[in-house]
Ligand binder design. Sequence first.
Ligand code: MG
Length: 163
Amino acid sequence: MRIGTGYDVHRLVEERPLILGGVEIPYEKGLLGHSDADVLLHALMDAILGALGIGDIGRHFPDTEARYKGISSMLLLAHVKRLMNEGGFVIGNADVTVVAQKPKLAPYIDLMRRNVAEALACDEGCINIKATTTEGLGFEGRGEGISAQAVVLLSEKSHFKKL
Ligand code: MG
């Protein structure tokens, strides 16, 4: 088994879509970034890459490269999943926390979870996604940005006959 953690922050700005866990969420602002700035998936990918011991998303998908401009982080996650499988691992479980004062994310959590489970080819029961506020404190509380934290456990593929 291997364990990894991930953390990411993106700034909330006007005239950007808000995309979290591959779901576009109606809101007056969105996250700023070179890709689609899906902070949830970025933290998750960093946790998987960390567990594999192969760096972080900045190393695999440099923001200096034009081909990653505006790219869907779901595509990046598919690439990270391939790296994970090539490394001989599958998802044991993942737990992700998104910290945002607004908007309310509860209605979208199930869809995010389904997206992530599909992308990583694991049961939805292996993926947990939570959202919390900071009671108005800090940059998330002031609505200046959204952060996400992730922990993943990877299991050796050889333990799963059907894969
Ligand atoms: Mg990021």
